[in-house]
Ligand binder design. Sequence first.
Ligand SMILES: Cc1ncc(COP(=O)(O)O)c(C=O)c1O
Length: 387
Amino acid sequence: MISDKVYLDYAASTPVDPKVKEAMLPFFDQFYGNPSSTHIYGQQAEAAVESARETIAQGLNCLPQEVVFTSCGSESDNLALRGAAWAARQVRNADHILISPVEHHAVSHTAQQLADLFGFELEYLPIDEHGVVNPETIKEHLRPSTAIVSVIHANNEIGTINPIAEIGAVCREKGIPFHTDSVQGAAHLPVDVQELNVDLLALGAHKFYGPKGVGALFVRRGTPLYPNQTGGSQESGLRAGTQNVPYIVGMAEAFRLAQEDHEPRQAYVQALRDRIIGRVLEEVPYTQLTGHPAERLPNHTSFAFKAVDGNNLLMLLDVQGFACSSGSACKTGNPEPSDVLTALGLPTEWGLGSLRVTVGKETTPAEVDKFLEVLPALVERNRDLNQ
Ligand SMILES: Cc1ncc(COP(=O)(O)O)c(C=O)c1O
């Protein structure tokens, strides 16, 4: 804990909840067996993994056998995309992949690799200015040869929530597998996979006060999927490798708490979010909110400041003790707006000045006020430097 600092980057990661940590501890040195071993040590570890699977399945409203544990959200996305694409090609000769242009790189780079190395045709769905995919447009882009459709549940950079249930209904009608990356969404939104009409859904524990380095993929029964990682028959043969028992236990406890405390957590962060949005738009000239004004994650704010260097602003904020994030990546000294901001059609002079501020259950109103007091002057200073 860095006491004089203010952490406003909960979309990047969250602290492990003390209850989660407590649940994990016995599985490091008391119940340390390999879940695949037949003896009592193995049985204890296996029981813990299966109980965690049931907990996650309850939260997702699916069968425990439909939950595959992985090493992170990225791996879950990789398994969904590559696994479904490979299987669809093998089973029905499908070679078309349809994704939104605002996917996390775990999806977009996997899809690009499938195009570059495996000959799939990659097509991007249209989005509106807030990054929303219109379910109606899916109909026009789906083909009988579509192997997989992937649309992000809630966007990490701009917070926009997509109409996943409606998109899923269109895909289901045509019998095309549908994946959603809910690594951000599941931390804040209900994720009933029956209501969402999804066949595949990716989770990552460290976004909801669980440990880093563990995730899960929901795989609807009957969805053709090939493993990406081969070896042992763990996880129904879909993901070889000895399961990370303590982390899986921690993920399940964190997910259970996220579901149980969903309403109070949401109300708490949403009030802080709205305070930030309101004041920043009011007090910082030449500013726009990026992402959807209403259909957005309850803890998520993201802005574009005209004629500001976002990376520089982040550094100024860091020096003042505020940890935030930006959507622009500095590639070989030549900064470019992120793929997501570019896909929204934001001009470069706005896209380079992006700032993401995400709050969590530990954020206090006093911390938010402290941040709001310093931000306008820092933006102005940055603009001066940029002239
Ligand atoms: C939307 C989204 N998908 C996938 C990931 C990757 O998750 P992980 O860090 O667990 O690999 C992230 C993490 O930032 C994310 O925000």
